[in-house]
Design a protein around this ligand. Structure first.
Ligand code: ASP
Ligand code: MG
Length: 429
């Protein structure tokens, strides 16, 4: 008998008929002789709707109350799913994150899991019950307040519980058949990736691929827990996220796979760019700028500093950051304009990031040249560049993102001969 942890995303439980369909799938897994623990997201776009509602009563809702509000979304779906399973004649018990033992720090809206004590879940399994757990939420160790793990956090709940329960596999059910070489909504001939490494998946998630929460992949890597990402709308084998996808594993389809140079192309439209113009080129200026941003708790992504102009002894420093943080960043930088004596600030939120990810690029020269040539042929101008060992990212104009992704995908021969991606649900909101 195996212990299977399954997580169902919002589009898989979007309405009553979806919930009934998922209930059947869970019962089938149980009937096949497995113990089953299920993690659910809020129904459809519930989380976004709750956020809209909060904004209508307050432009800056207190984090504690916002978390209290948002966690109600997952409570709705967990209770409904437990009812649907009961209706099929099986015992199911729903638990909030706090009841399931998901203990976090107290940072509202982006809490980190610090411990998982799933005593009640164990108890339910031991009684032969199906345990249903509300994703995306926990309880703070210090304040005992309810917290959330950040958007998309249910994936992390699933992996954290799977690790704590020593589950055999964590299945993440979504509205596409797995992880694709690019978002099939933009590149219809994108291919399903049979297996991908934690490292590559972490780069993809960090570069805007929304299919898995970044923390969830970090967590799975730490515990070496295999994740199977698949569709709740089909029975097809999905994508396995594992530590070493390119060694033989006869249990997994596609095990004969050779390591590709590029595993996928990710994109992100949620960042903005700030340029600090005319920074005096002397020791300590960059430190002062980024210290100010750090104190404002802003996460910086790419940074570019130009060579200073000989005539003026001044330089420009550009960086990217989440668009949502840009007002805070601009305000903080204006406060230090007097001390640093930079000339002005430029702000651009019409940018996008396109990233090529692949462990194979480590041993292949010429990847950058092929990528940039493809962008040039597509008439896309590159504004900034950054790289890691297994990733190349560029910033382009936001309107160019789709064509840049498609061009890169084609240049590395990732296009499938015939369209295999099906997008089953979700409003993409
Ligand atoms: N419902 C939450 C969200 O939309 C958490 C999740 O779905 O993973 O971000
Ligand atoms: Mg998600």
């Amino acid at each position: 008998m195996a212990l299977v942890v399954q997580k169902y995303g919002g589009s898989s439980v979007a309405d009553a008929s979806c919930i009934k369909r998922v209930a059947q799938r869970i019962v089938a897994t149980k009937k096949a002789g497995n113990d089953v623990v299920v993690i659910v997201s809020a129904m459809g776009d519930t989380t976004d709707e709750l956020l809209d509602l909060a904004e209508q009563v307050s432009p800056l809702p207190p984090g504690r109350e916002l978390d209290m509000l948002l966690t109600s979304g997952e409570r709705i779906s967990m209770a409904l799913l437990a009812m649907a399973i009961a209706n099929l004649g099986h015992e199911a018990r729903s638990f909030t994150g706090s009841q399931a033992g998901v203990i976090t720090d107290s940072s509202h809206g982006k809490a980190r899991i610090i411990d998982v004590t799933p005593g009640r879940i164990r108890g339910a399994i031991d009684k032969g019950h199906i345990a249903i757990v509300a994703g995306f939420q926990g309880v703070s160790q210090d304040t005992k307040d309810i917290t959330t793990l950040g958007r998309g956090g249910s994936d992390t709940t699933a992996v954290a519980l799977a690790a704590a329960l020593e589950a055999d596999v964590c299945e993440i059910y979504t509205d596409v058949d797995g992880i694709f070489t690019a978002d099939p909504r933009i590149v219809p001939p994108a291919r399903k990736i049979p297996k991908i490494s934690y490292d590559e998946m972490m780069e993809m998630a960090a570069c805007g691929a929304k299919i898995l929460h970044l923390r969830c992949v970090e967590y799975a890597r730490r515990f070496d827990l295999p994740i199977h990402v698949r569709s709740s709308f089909s029975t097809k084998e999905g994508t396995w996220v594992v530590s070493d996808p390119y060694t033989e594993d006869p249990d997994i389809e596609g095990h004969e796979m050779e390591q590709p140079i590029i595993s996928g192309v990710a994109h992100d439209r949620s960042e903005a760019k700030i340029t600090v113009v005319g920074v005096p080129d002397k020791v300590g200026e960059a430190a002062a700028i980024f210290k100010t941003l750090a104190e404002a708790e802003i996460n910086i992504d790419m940074i570019v500093q130009n060579v200073s102009a000989a005539a003026t002894g001044r330089t420009d420093i550009s960086f990217t950051l989440p668009t949502a943080d840009s007002q805070t960043a601009l305000t903080a930088l204006k406060k230090i304009q007097g001390d640093i004596a930079y000339e002005s600030l430029l702000f651009d939120d019409q940018i996008g990031k396109v990233s090529l990810v692949g462990a194979g690029m480590r041993s292949h020269p010429g990847v950058t040249a092929t990528f940039f040539a493809a962008l040039a042929d597509a008439g896309v101008n590159i504004e900034m560049i950054s790289t890691s060992e297994i990733r190349i990212s560029v910033i382009v104009e936001q309107g160019d993102v789709d064509s840049a992704v498609a061009a890169a995908h084609r240049a590395f021969d990732l296009d499938a001969d015939q369209v295999e991606a099906v997008v089953y649900g979700g409003s993409g909101r």
